[in-house]
Design a protein around this ligand. Structure first.
Ligand code: FES
Length: 241
């Protein structure tokens, strides 16, 4: 099928996007400089396909663009009122399922959940807040875990397992009871071999894994999404490319 890779294209919101055999829809879109909202996808890792924020319509069928490979001539719609409305509802559910207090969070301005919510024009949480009781883990000398902000993207799980070879984190439970846990008998980060040099220490798209004693080091106004919306900001993993 891919004898001449350069000739394969699909349409994304009317724009022609070239793709290769290895790419999913979102990977091809990113390579072409086009933004499809996403949270659990990170170009450095295998897709997880869990948050569904990246859902698009591909030839009329809704699918996660981070796991779906394109086909030549495929018509993909992403930036439509209906799809963005569904993304907004998913984001609102994420906001009420955890405890996200952006004004006091040091990741404000650097948070993909917050930035994506701005992108989708989210003005309120809409649903009733769950206000779950989730203690923080401050046991580690260098890092704090604030589970209140977790969106279950599994990026720390994948980074620790696939890159660090450590399996410090896991997702446990099912459905609404799914939660991020630390793989230690005590459940405490201090009782693992987690290190600040780990990839897992640097992939959280929200504010769960926080380095201690450097809080608010980057002033508001100079953070990733302060000057430009996330749709105009290259993914952190692509910034040096
Ligand atoms: Fe595709 Fe989360 S980014 S499902």
């Amino acid at each position: 099928m891919f004898q001449n890779k350069d000739t394969y294209t699909f349409l994304l919101d009317g724009k022609t996007i070239p793709f290769t055999e290895e790419q999913t829809i979102i990977q091809a879109a990113m390579a072409a400089g086009e933004y499809i909202p996403h949270l659990c996808f990170n170009p450095e890792f295998k897709p997880h396909g869990s948050c569904k924020i990246c859902t698009v319509s591909a030839n009329g069928r809704q699918t996660a663009s981070c796991t779906q490979q394109p086909q030549a001539g495929m018509v993909v719609e992403s930036n439509t009122p209906q799809i963005n409305g569904e993304r907004l509802a998913l984001l609102q559910m994420l906001f009420v399922e955890g405890n996200h207090f952006c004004p006091s969070c040091e990741k404000s301005g650097d948070c993909q959940l917050q930035a994506t919510a701005y992108e989708m024009n989210m003005m309120s949480s809409h649903f009733d807040h769950f206000f779950p009781d989730r203690p923080v883990d401050a046991s580690h000398p260098e890092y704090l875990l604030d589970f209140n902000r977790c969106i279950l993207c599994s990026l720390c799980v994948r980074a620790s397992s696939d890159v660090d070879g450590k399996d410090v984190f896991s997702l446990a439970g099912r459905g609404i009871k799914t939660r991020l846990i630390v793989n230690a008998e005590s459940g405490r980060l201090a009782d693992t071999n987690f290190s600040g040099d780990d990839k897992a220490a640097h992939v959280c798209p929200v504010g769960v894994i926080i380095k201690k004693r450097v809080g608010f080091a980057v002033p508001i106004g100079q953070r990733s999404f302060d000057e430009h919306p996330i749709s105009f900001t290259p993914h952190p993993a692509l910034k040096d490319n």
